[in-house]
Every structure is written in structure tokens, then in C-alpha cells.
Design a binder for this molecule. Structure first.
Ligand code: GLU
Ligand code: MG
Length: 467
């Protein structure tokens, strides 16, 4: 089976036999059930599970799930579009057996991401994983381009015993401080052990800036695998936290004020085995293609924000001077620009150079976020977009005239503004297709209505434990 193939009723060739063998191996390892995970338009990971003995049947015929979940809000209310949100119909969830992972911190369980198809075997137009796979496939077919992607994960750890309407950091101590690493030493070691046991290639783990906040990053993979991995990393962090009696929040902000949880995307485009971001003769080793790719992402950042920062709480994070990158600007290793050009260290640039997209949080559906970022970059390549001058330092210091002269704009300051930008972005809408594009606008508008009249503290509280 190739990971670039869509599922079919009855199972792809060889898939059912493979599931039979896998199920018996899983049973031998004490696995009783398999979690089928997907991420909805609001960014919430939702699951079904099957007993291990039903894995082969699921490989053949999928597992049923209502299409209504495409238009769920984070609070489980349901909105509708022309085609989505109806109580009618059924979709089939097909697990990607290539990604099936025995969950180290959830004894008895394995996990797999799913694609969704209709009962008649057609791709479901609302399936975000299929969307990303198709886009990656198209870039390869039409441009010969491949991608490596990674998603940083930041989260806050709270005391499990604290009431739901409060957040009490599970550890004190300074940002990046040894006190925090020691304070949650067993937790952190269990997390690294669980990741290693699951084959998750952790690059680093550290205490972050905000109270009780940590960050973990993993090695880059092809975009679909990177999105899958970000879902699995979060499942693992949740499970390890639960075993330690701790609560975990991946919400854009845990408290209304201060630095939030980012989910920065790292992306590099490759052609013929060469990294376009580190093997060229343009600025910082970019090829002309990498510059245009970067220019494309930059041009689409305002509309992209509706996909990468999808929650009303996202706009409590997206503030200047908090490393969230809230300006349409790029710079080398600049943490306040929307795009940070990462060159890597001398000696490994050809491999490591990439583009970091910062106005992204973990409320974002990673498949939609990566797919739309790639679509924006491809638009830049297709139109030979010209990358403007870089900036250094914090763009917040530019007065209006300088910002205008440099083409530096503040990104949307609210979800309402982001949706307005998204509505005007024909490139992103066309890449998503009408069903997903309408789902994005309907769900965002639903979220906006859900927090109407709430102050910042209440908005933060409304989403604190949702992601
Ligand atoms: N927590 C910051 C954010 O909201 C990012 C910090 C960092 O640069 O790692 O994106
Ligand atoms: Mg960080």
C-alpha cells in the first residue's frame, strides 16, 4: 500500500490480509483496541475505536461516522453549510495501517490516523487528510516538488486537581528554567520514553516561556506524516499527563494575557533531492523557487490565518512581541516576523534550511494548515512571486509610513478579520475546494458567535481544555 492512495470499499489490495496479520501481532502485544483519530474543522481531534479483532473488517469496510462532525464547533455545537452539518448520511473511516502505532502511555491501545470516504467509495470532500495528501501529490506530479514539514508542539501543564475553570501551573520556576525540568522530571522522562517507544523522533524538549509551559519538537517528515505525527504527539502528551494526574492544554492561550502556545510550521520544498531553501544562490541560500515559495506564503498569510489560527482564543495569542509572528514580514531567524527563514548551522544548511510559519497554533487542523501553507507557496512559485526585503528586529517599532513602505501589515487581530481575509483569498479557497472552504468559514463564524460578548478571560477559559 502506498501512503498516497485513497482507501476503497473492500480494502486496498493486500490491505485486509495485512490487517489480519497486524491484528494478531497487536493481540500478542496486549493491544485490545485501536483508536481511529481524525481532526475536525474546528481543530478538535475526535476518535472512534475498534477492538483489535475487528481491525481487518475495518480495513475492508471502514468504520462509520456521521459527516456532521465536519461542522462541529469546539464546544460541540453544530453549524451547517450547503452540504455539511446535516444529520443524514454516513462516512467510513479508514485507518492508515502504515501509521498504526502501539500507544506506550495507553496500555492496551494502538492508534492510527484515518481517511474518510463515502459509503460509495468516493473521497469525502470534507476530509482534511485527503486534502493534504492530494495537494502533496499534485505538487509532485505537476512541479516535481516534494516537501518536508514539522510542527512544533507547545503546551501548558496544569495541576489535575484544580477545578476546570482555573489553570494552576503544575510546576513553578523561571522560563526555560532548570527548576521546571527538575520539578517535572519523572513526567518529562516518561514522555521521552513514550515517544521513543512509539518511534517518534524527538529533536528536543524544554520548559517554555509561559507558566507551566513546555515544548517538544520532532524531526521533519513528508507533510501528511508530519500532520499525523503532530496528532500522535499530542495524544501521547495527553496520556502521559493523565498518568501523572496532570491536565494539559494545547489551547492558543491558557490565560488571556501573556505568551501563548504556538504550533509553528516548518516547511521546506525539495526538487530532485535538493532542498530549495538551502542550496541556492539567492538570499540565505534560497533558490529562486524558495524565494517565490516564501513570497507566496507571505502574500497569503492574512487569509491563511483563518486556517492556522482558527479559534477566537488564537487572537489572544497573536499579539506583537510575544514571538507569535503577527506581521506580514520575513527575516532570517527573526521571531517577530510572520515568516522566519531558518538557515540552520553552517555544515548542515542543505538539509536543515526551512521556512517557519509562526502565526499558527495548535487549534489549527494540521492537515488544513499544512495544505493551505503549501498551496500558498505553490502559488508563489507559479507566479514567480518576488520576495520583498527582509526585516530585522520587531516590526512593531515601524511607524505607519515605514510599515507601508516595507509592505508590512499587521495580521488579522480577530477571527472576524481573518475570515474576511480568507473569503477574499481565491487561491486558498480553490485549493480547499468549495466544501472544505465553506466548512472553514461556517465553523469560524460559529466560533465567533459562540463567544459573542465574552471578555478575554472568558474567551481563554472557553477554549482552555478543548484542544
Ligand atoms: N510561545 C510562542 C508562540 O506563541 C513561541 C515561542 C517560541 O518562539 O518558541 O508562538
Ligand atoms: Mg517555543
Amino acid at each position: 500500500m502506498t501512503p498516497l492512495a485513497d482507501p476503497v470499499p473492500g480494502g486496498r489490495p493486500g490491505e485486509v490480509e495485512r490487517a489480519v496479520a497486524l491484528a494478531s501481532e497487536l493481540a500478542g502485544r496486549g493491544v485490545h483496541g485501536v483508536v481511529f483519530a481524525y481532526v475536525d474543522t474546528a481543530g478538535v481531534c475526535r476518535v472512534k475505536t475498534v477492538p483489535t479483532g475487528k481491525l481487518a473488517a475495518a480495513a475492508a469496510w471502514g468504520v462509520g461516522m456521521s459527516p456532521v462532525f465536519d461542522t462541529f464547533l469546539a464546544n460541540d455545537a453544530i453549524v451547517t453549510t450547503d452540504v455539511l452539518g446535516s444529520p443524514d448520511g454516513d462516512l467510513r473511516l479508514y485507518a492508515d495501517l502504515d501509521r498504526l502505532t502501539v500507544l506506550s502511555a495507553q496500555p492496551g491501545w494502538a492508534w492510527a490516523p484515518v481517511d474518510r470516504i463515502t459509503q460509495d467509495g468516493a473521497a469525502h470532500p470534507g476530509c482534511s487528510r485527503t486534502f493534504l495528501r492530494r495537494l502533496v501529490d499534485r505538487a509532485e506530479r505537476e512541479e516535481g516538488l516534494g516537501f518536508l514539514a514539522g510542527i512544533e508542539i507547545e503546551w501548558a501543564v496544569g495541576l489535575g486537581a484544580a477545578p476546570d475553570d482555573t489553570f494552576v501551573p503544575a510546576v513553578s520556576g523561571p522560563a526555560y528554567g532548570a527548576i521546571r525540568q527538575v520539578g517535572l522530571s519523572d513526567y518529562a522522562a516518561d514522555l521521552l520514553a513514550a515517544c521513543a517507544a512509539q518511534g517518534l523522533d524527538v529533536e528536543q524538549f524544554h520548559p517554555e516561556y509561559a507558566p507551566g509551559q513546555f515544548e517538544l519538537s520532532v524531526a521533519p517528515l513528508d507533510p501528511v506524516a508530519a500532520a499525523d505525527r503532530s496528532v500522535l504527539v499530542r495524544q501521547t502528551i495527553r496520556a502521559v499527563s493523565a498518568r501523572h494526574g496532570l491536565k494539559v492544554s494545547f489551547a492558543p492561550v491558557v490565560q488571556a494575557q501573556g505568551v501563548g502556545n504556538g504550533g509553528h510550521l516548518h516547511l521546506s520544498a525539495w526538487y530532485g533531492g535538493e532542498n530549495l531553501h538551502g542550496t541556492g544562490d539567492r538570499r540565505y541560500g534560497m533558490t529562486a523557487g524558495a524565494e517565490s515559495f516564501t513570497a507566496g506564503v507571505l502574500a497569503h498569510l492574512p487569509g491563511l490565518t483563518a486556517v492556522t489560527a482558527p479559534s477566537p482564543a488564537s487572537y489572544l495569542r497573536l499579539k506583537p512581541s510575544q514571538w507569535a509572528g503577527v506581521f506580514t514580514a520575513w527575516g532570517r531567524e527573526t521571531r517577530e516576523a510572520g515568516l522566519r527563514v531558518v538557515t540552520g548551522t553552517a555544515g548542515q544548511r542543505g538539509r536543515a534550511a526551512n521556512l517557519e510559519v509562526k502565526p499558527v497554533d495548535l487549534a489549527a487542523n494540521p492537515y488544513l494548515a499544512l495544505g493551505c501553507a503549501i498551496a500558498a507557496g505553490l502559488d508563489g512559485i507559479g507566479s514567480a512571486a518576488v520576495l520583498p526585503e527582509e526585516i530585522t528586529g520587531d516590526p512593531v517599532r515601524f511607524d505607519a509610513a515605514e510599515a507601508r513602505a516595507r509592505g508590512v501589515r499587521r495580521l488579522p487581530v480577530s477571527l472576524t478579520e481573518a475570515v474576511a481575509e480568507f473569503r477574499e483569498d481565491e487561491v486558498l479557497r480553490a485549493a480547499l475546494g468549495p466544501v472544505l472552504a465553506d466548512a472553514v468559514t461556517a465553523v469560524r463564524e460559529g466560533e465567533i458567535a459562540a463567544v459573542d460578548g465574552l471578555d478575554d478571560e472568558r474567551v481563554a477559559a472557553a477554549y482552555r481544555w478543548k484542544y
